[in-house]
Design a protein around this ligand. Structure first.
Ligand code: ACO
Length: 326
């Protein structure tokens, strides 16, 4: 399978750390030193997740030279769908006019884009689908408790996309060499949105308690993320038949600079070979790797032939990794 094109879109509105200082008891210094985040993007009230995803998708399609009619599968990774149903993938299908596509969403939180990548790989390798659009898109600003300094400083909105196709042998197109996925449902409670679903439907009382917003045990998430992401990297590199020395660039989930440094230190990968944009966007969950991959692609941070390692971790718990020869 090859990645034939990438695209991304972030909303115009920038929310800086200085602005957050006026909302909650925090400081630019605390946020930067604990997370590396300087600012994040916030979608407009009338901008839904599918609107962000559609804009990213159009850029990926343009780069790949693919028309809407050619798409036969659309997978959207999101935890902030436009509606419970239909799937956000169906709204994006409508926006694109992609009449020939089968569409569904994946819920794997921050690992969603890489879950979509591996799922597509199976569809493409079996010959079941030929031209796939995967999108990671989130409007987390609507799910954040803007009174909780533990979480509201971390997240942002945005979308990234990729076009995937079967790779013709002996071509010089990029090639997905390995994909890894994992989950641990024993730790659902350390990162979740407890309310608003069938377990705890929204009532005036629990809305008042803001149970329909993100709840997180930050330290425990941090610990779990470092171990799971490191192990996922080791497996994806080995499955690709490579060593860490062969990795030209790591594109990790963009949650926290300290998590990323802890992983790359343990793997022995220097910071020059690590792609970071979380300072500009914060944690955009399923969109984060997709946006970073597109920026790395378009700015030339990754070049033809480079072995690129992608790695993610999120609620579930879920984790995933992949090695792509660019
Ligand atoms: N501003 C100022 N102080 C704060 C803020 C803030 N925004 N948030 C928390 N604090 C305070 C806490 O209240 C606490 O105060 P106390 O000691 O008086 O109780 C103090 O800072 C230390 O809090 P800790 O939680 O111990 O701080 P820590 O160094 O662990 O950093 C952080 C917190 C950044 C959340 C860290 O635990 C982390 O990054 N965890 C991973 C979370 C994450 O990335 N989640 C995203 C989803 S999962 C993923 O994408 C990987």
């Amino acid at each position: 399978m090859t990645i034939a094109g990438t695209g991304s879109y972030v909303p115009e509105r920038i929310l800086t750390n200085a602005e957050l200082e006026k909302l909650v008891d925090t400081s630019d210094e605390w946020i930067r030193s604990r997370t590396g985040i300087r600012e994040r993007r916030i979608a407009a009230d009338n901008e839904a997740t599918s609107d962000l995803g559609t804009k990213a998708a159009l850029k990926a399609m343009e780069q790949a030279g693919v028309t809407a009619e050619e798409l036969d599968l659309i997978i959207v990774a999101t935890v902030t769908p436009d509606t419970f149903f239909p799937a956000t993938a169906c709204y994006i299908q409508r926006n694109l006019g992609a009449r020939n596509a089968v569409c569904f969403d994946i819920s794997a939180a921050c690992s969603g884009f890489l879950f979509a990548l591996q799922t597509s790989r199976h569809f493409i390798n079996t010959g079941n689908r030929k031209t796939v659009l995967i999108v990671g898109a989130e409007k987390l600003s609507g799910m954040v408790d803007w009174k909780d300094r533990n979480t509201c400083v971390l997240f942002g909105d945005g979308a990234g996309a990729a076009i995937l196709r079967r790779r013709t042998e002996d071509s010089n197109e990029s090639r997905v060499l390995s994909t890894v996925m994992g989950s641990d449902g024993m730790l659902t409670d350390i990162l979740s949105v407890p309310g608003g679903g069938s377990a705890l439907p929204t009532t005036p009382e629990n809305a008042e308690e803001r149970l329909n917003t993100i709840k997180m045990e930050g330290r425990e998430v941090y610990k779990q993320a470092v171990t799971a992401m490191r192990d996922a990297c080791i497996k994806a590199i080995a499955d690709a038949g490579l060593t860490t020395d062969d990795i030209a660039m790591v594109i990790p989930h963009q949650a926290n600079i300290r998590i990323i440094e802890a992983i790359t230190d343990r793997l022995g990968i220097p910071s020059e070979r690590t792609f970071i944009n979380l300072d500009k966007y914060g944690n955009t969950s399923a969109a984060a790797i997709a946006i970073a991959l597109d920026e790395a692609n378009r700015t030339g941070a990754i070049k033809k032939g480079d072995n690129v390692l992608l790695v993610a971790f999120g609620a579930g718990l879920t984790w995933a990794s992949a090695v792509v020869q660019w």
